[in-house]
Write a protein that binds this ligand. Sequence first.
Ligand code: 2RA
Length: 329
Amino acid sequence: MKVAVVGATGLVGTKMLQVLEERAFPVTELIPVASERSVGKEVQFKGKGYKVVSAEDAITAKPNVAIFSAGGSTSLALAPKFAEAGITVIDNSSAWRMDPSKKLVVPEINADALTPEDKIIANPNCSTIQMVVAINPLHKKYKIKRIVVSTYQSVTGTGKKAVDQLFNERKGEQGEMAYKYQIDLNVIPQIDVFLDNGYTKEEMKMVNETKKIMRDDSIKVTATTVRIPVVGGHSESVNIEFENDFDLDEVRQILSNAPGVVLQDDIANAEYPMPMWAHDKDEVFVGRLRRDETQPNTLNMWIVSDNLRKGAATNAIQIAEYLQSQNML
Ligand code: 2RA
């Protein structure tokens, strides 16, 4: 299968190449695409060097699928051109996620919504993906009424410049600033820009994308998203009020059997999810399960996952795997 990776030289694009290789996706020809200034550079895939090409040359090569992680404006400009050429696009930017004509997919939840007519498919935001993978099985059993989520997000979510800022600060060196403020030994309660309602775009992504993926507009979500000086993945404290009561042992059982979830919840041995354990793994790790004793039918949980993998690259490639399994590529 001919596979284009658009944004192949970025943090997520590089992770996409790694995951494609790890999961043995049947790539017969890789077509790495990046900005004009990167054309001609080489990327490594399965022990071979591949020259970065322009988007136009990639379209001419007619890949079966083009997996994008090149930012919203690039996706708005290029995804339709790939789709018009009959190439299926899986896009990791926010450009198409809330477009009513486009599917927003987490394979464990709503891959069944995909049809051969879907030529531009949206990959959800990383902080949304890990949350819905963990809570969807509980929603099906107990029906979620309201979610209060606070996130603790890795600098890798911003990109290489942010990782460099963190490690420069750690070494006491000057360098380019990805953030308005120092991030080392600090937390920044702003991810993306503020909207008129006082929430950030990142927070409203969690509110809106959750409803679309879980196909239930009745779910109330309120979010606070925070950047922290970590690289291994995003962490989330989630408080969920259900319509119906639950049994904690049954919740553990459901999560233990949930696709894509690993239960890490043994407080007697101080075992709970942490970014240093989740780093470079594909699962969503859940722990600190406990009843919220201040109100009925309400559960607290802690969710950690590598935002570059399940939060971006792996979820996108799982969508491609599903399409391939259904002969839709
Ligand atoms: C972030 N979720 O963490 C956003 C985009 N990757 O910055």
